[in-house]
Design a protein around this ligand. Structure first.
Ligand code: HEC
Length: 137
């Protein structure tokens, strides 16, 4: 999950603050020499946390990928969809829930079929629950 990475980013922030405190008396040159690398590491760690929430990269290649990502990542992260594993019938129900409870435009006809086929193929039921291994996708 994202908790670990966010936690790491937080402890880095704490380290940054501590380093800044230690260096106030040491002069600006020293402060920058210590803070700049730390800040770079912080950015490198923080970037993927935000990238997770963007959208289409959470959707594997396949027919209907763009249509599905455009529709489903409009309101929430693609991750919220990609972490699920369901049958076509269960995805069908999920679409109704999105429309009834969350005001998603009602999907009908060919577009609904396309998106359902995609969801059922890309995110089928999984035997094991939990965080999917991103390297096995
Ligand atoms: C109009 C906004 C909207 C659209 C479009 C939308 N959803 Fe959602 N969806 C929500 C909201 C709001 C939640 C619940 C809040 C949250 O966890 O972010 C949610 C939650 C979910 C969940 C989590 C399960 C649950 O019941 O909480 C799944 C799965 C899901 N959506 C799938 C989809 C799929 C698949 C699509 C595209 C066909 C889609 N959503 C499009 C608004 C939307």
């Amino acid at each position: 999950m994202q908790g670990g990475r966010t936690g790491r980013a937080r402890s880095l922030l704490a380290a940054l603050a501590e380093a800044a405190e230690k260096c106030v008396s040491a002069g600006a040159g020293t402060v920058m020499r210590i803070l700049l690398p730390l800040f770079t590491v912080f950015l490198a760690l923080a970037a993927p946390v935000y990238a997770d929430d963007r959208g289409i990269e959470d959707f594997p290649e396949g027919k209907g990928r763009e249509e599905t990502a455009n529709m489903c990542a409009a309101c929430h992260s693609g991750r919220l969809v990609s972490q699920q594993g369901m049958t076509r019938a269960q995805w069908d129900e999920t679409l109704d829930v999105m429309t009834e409870r969350h005001k998603m435009p009602k999907l009908e006809g060919g577009e609904r079929g396309l998106i359902l086929d995609y969801l059922a193929t890309a995110f089928p039921p999984r035997g094991r629950r939990g965080t999917p291994n991103p390297f096995l996708k």
